[in-house]
Design a protein around this ligand. Sequence first.
Ligand code: HGY
Ligand code: MN
Ligand code: MN
Length: 412
Amino acid sequence: MNPSNLRVDRDALMARLEALAQIGAAENGACCRLALSDDDKAGRDVVVSWMREHGLEVSVDAVGNVFGMRAGRTDGKPVMTGSHIDTVRTGGRYDGNYGVLAGLEVVRALDRAGIVTSRPLCVAFFTNEEGARFAPDMLGSLAHVGGLSVGEARATRAIDGAEFGAELDRIGYAGDMAPGTIVPHAFVELHIEQGPVLDAEGITIGAVEDLQGISWQELTITGQSNHAGTTPMRLRRDAGFAAAMLAAKVRIIARDLGGAQVGTVGKIDLHPNLINVIAARATMTVDLRNTDETILREAERLFAESCDAVARVENVEITARRLARFEPVAFDQGVVRLIEEIAGGLGHSCRRMTSGAGHDAQMMARICPTAMIFVPSVRGISHNPAEHTDPADLGAGADVLLQALLRLAEQE
Ligand code: HGY
Ligand code: MN
Ligand code: MN
């Protein structure tokens, strides 16, 4: 069989996506496998069993990243693909999972065709990509590229108070291998777009050439609990009101800066969180992103100024804790061109684009030539059980991945 005619088995991919989606199945069809939870362990165990079913040599590193290696004709640096299988609380079935399971379908297609690539192939999933339970996001791949030590990772506290290292030990995924042991020749991540561009333009493949900068912080606002009925407005030190003002300010900063600037307050917790008590404390998260580092810094500066003003006027204390900060990343133009060429050769419409979401690829780009392949998200919805991509598009993305990996694995 001419390798360029090879395609993945789309039905098998859909069946695997369905099977994995049942693990951590939550209300109204969501998929909830928060990093290092029992459901994450269950998902890991199933994917590892599939890796072994396909004869991959499985290794686990000290932060729980998992690698399935397929031997090549040579023992050069492997070509790696992969993503994540942890989810947010209201996860869809494709975010992360699709890239990992498509990688396994590439392996199955090569096995069926009896093809052994020159370079080894590696299918990976990285720990805590979402950052929903432990911050920062992309924690596992960040450790893989040396941006976080094992000790720092293990000491990370979850939003529920659990410690990363203890949870990793508990679920049995604290491996012996040092993060970064496997250095790829190249890395390609297949992922749903999670945004509206490809769907709106009716384009099948995104050749992702860059990824925007991310700034995450947690604010702790300390006021004074007091009686909701007896306390005159002029005497209040209302942490709840201060949080509401700052949440509105995030939206105003994004609106005023315009362009690619986005801002999100996804989490606000009040204490004591009772109808008749002025909030003594508020903790809130702030997610700012932009493709332009200079403007992202301006957004951070404007927000910090707002915090100072609100603290002064509302007579509250505000402390900020950095949760994640990654500058915009440019992917490898050679790999991007390869993706475009393959997509065109397979007859799929294709456009270059930026990733609005964070991905493990942004970390892998620090150590090897890296790029991403996107497929459309219907109505751009993600981090939501309504997340959907047409099976034809899922198959197209996996076929582009297969050919890209084949081409990269034959490179000297
Ligand atoms: O937040 C992100 O962009 C990714 O889903 N971790
Ligand atoms: Mn993802
Ligand atoms: Mn996600």
